[in-house]
Design a protein around this ligand. Structure first.
Ligand SMILES: *[C@@H]1O[C@H](CO)[C@@H](O)[C@H](O)[C@H]1NC(C)=O
Ligand SMILES: *[C@@H]1O[C@H](CO)[C@@H](O)[C@H](O)[C@H]1NC(C)=O
Ligand SMILES: *[C@@H]1O[C@H](CO)[C@@H](O)[C@H](O)[C@H]1NC(C)=O
Ligand SMILES: *[C@@H]1O[C@H](CO)[C@@H](O)[C@H](O)[C@H]1NC(C)=O
Length: 395
């Protein structure tokens, strides 16, 4: 008798604890399209809707396999923190004509999200060939693999993004978002495939991440505040960039950027801040780049207030973006060009509070050794300086 009621209580306890543990919404009804690869678009939207309405630790689960997935918006607000776990490789439609917007998998208006696992393959090869941004400065934004729009309190980890048509990931209008053990992979010559782009967000962490792509590994647009990039391995790619800033009216200030313990391999830039000439007014302040290993990087340390790709601007008119309180500390390794450190500030609004400490960048080319150029800036210099800081002053 006693044993029976004990078992009964245990069963009750087990079933109770499993309902509070998690309610799992697994993708299971696939429709098979012409190519024979199952498509989960409708099934995912259904599962998301149910999970989002659940209050008992909901979890959307995409099991292992390869599936096609069309453009989806996974929309909140949700009733509870949602977990989104992917074991599959998901394939985007390769054709641009199958997209109505600039996002493939879009998370929108969610407070409380954990996303983990999965490979998101944008199949971008066809789209890169159709990208006309080199000729057309108002070119269309193509679909990005993952968009986080107005998401707060989110952790995204162990996710892989491959061959996005445009930026791999954008974090826009977000608060308290951490990306960790994130992997990005696209060819070095793919067009505008920025790894992680952050803008108008407060409190974003990019940790222990590995990015190989055709554009900036991490780019911070206007309104990026309190952003930490730590333990990033970048390259091929265009490095870690703040900007470009000053292209549009009403850009929000960039402040509180901490880039530490990163390795940059064979990238076109290392750490850089870029603003357009003839710009709108703007502010970028309190930005710190420390403990960075450069391996054969073309412009390891760069502030460029005359950023003008493809000569689409009035380069003679100085930028009106004010850059202040920036430090570059403990930056070492090899430069692939002679000018290893270049601080080119605006003639109208010179940089203020720039600090350069403990730099050791070696250039081995025939026109070596490495040098450093400065304009419109008087940095505070300390520690080792190889090359000598501001060896050349350019007016
Ligand atoms: C799958 O289809 C079956 C039968 O139509 C249905 O009972 C079940 O709820 C569906 N599952 C999901 C996750 O949509
Ligand atoms: C940030 O979000 C994470 C994940 O939801 C959460 O655990 C943490 O408490 C949040 N931090 C703050 C300061 O709200
Ligand atoms: C620096 O980052 C590397 C990965 O790139 C990691 O292995 C190492 O533990 C990190 N070191 C510190 C001090 O954070
Ligand atoms: C720059 O740093 C100085 C000294 O730490 C501080 O007084 C000043 O307020 C900072 N400026 C901005 C715009 O953060």
């Amino acid at each position: 008798m006693a044993i029976k009621s004990y078992v009964g209580a245990l069963l009750l306890l087990l079933s109770f604890s499993s309902t509070i543990k998690a309610q799992v919404f697994q993708i299971e009804n696939y429709s098979v399209t012409g190519g024979g690869i199952p498509d989960i678009t409708q099934s995912l939207l259904d599962a998301w809707k149910k999970a989002c309405a659940s209050t008992t630790s909901p979890k959307v689960l995409i099991p292992g396999g390869t599936f096609t997935l069309s453009e989806v918006v996974l929309e909140g607000p949700c009733k509870a923190h949602v977990e989104f776990e992917v074991h599959a490789r998901l394939l985007a439609p390769p054709e641009l004509s199958r997209f109505k917007t600039d996002g493939w998998v879009v998370f929108h208006n969610i407070d409380g999200l954990t996303m983990l696992g999965g490979t998101f393959d944008g199949q971008g090869k066809m789209a890169w060939a159709q990208n006309d941004c080199i000729k057309n400065k108002n070119c269309r934004m193509l679909p990005m693999n993952l968009r986080f729009n107005v998401v707060s309190n989110a952790i995204i980890h162990d996710v892989t993004s491959v061959d996005s048509k445009y930026f791999h990931v954008t974090v826009l209008g977000c608060k308290n978002v951490t990306l960790q053990h994130f992997h990005v992979n696209a060819p070095g010559n793919s067009v505008n495939t920025d790894g992680i782009h952050i803008g108008r967000s407060l409190g974003v962490n990019v940790l222990d991440t590995d990015i190989k792509t055709g554009d900036d590994c991490v780019s911070l647009g206007d309104g990026s505040r309190q952003v930490t990039v730590k333990g990033l391995t970048c390259g091929p790619g265009h490095g870690i960039s703040v900007g470009s800033l000053g292209k549009y009216d009403n850009e929000e200030p960039v402040s509180g950027v901490f880039v530490t313990n990163c390795t940059i391999n064979g990238a076109t830039n290392g750490v850089r801040i870029k603003t357009w000439p003839a710009s709108k007014i703007g502010i970028a302040t309190d930005m710190h780049f420390e403990d960075i290993q450069m391996n054969n990087v073309f412009n390891p340390v760069l502030i460029d207030q005359g950023y003008c790709p493809w000569n689409q601007c009035q380069a003679q008119i100085p930028s009106l973006v004010k850059i202040s309180n920036v430090s570059f500390k403990r930056i070492r390794g090899t430069s692939a060009t002679k000018v290893a450190v270049k601080i080119a500030c605006s003639k109208r609004i010179p940089c203020e509070g720039i600090e350069i400490a403990d730099i050791n960048l070696v250039y081995k080319g025939p026109d070596g050794p490495a040098t450093s150029e400065c304009s419109n800036v008087r940095p505070l210099i300390s520690g080792m300086q190889n090359p000598r800081a501001c060896a050349k002053i350019v007016s």
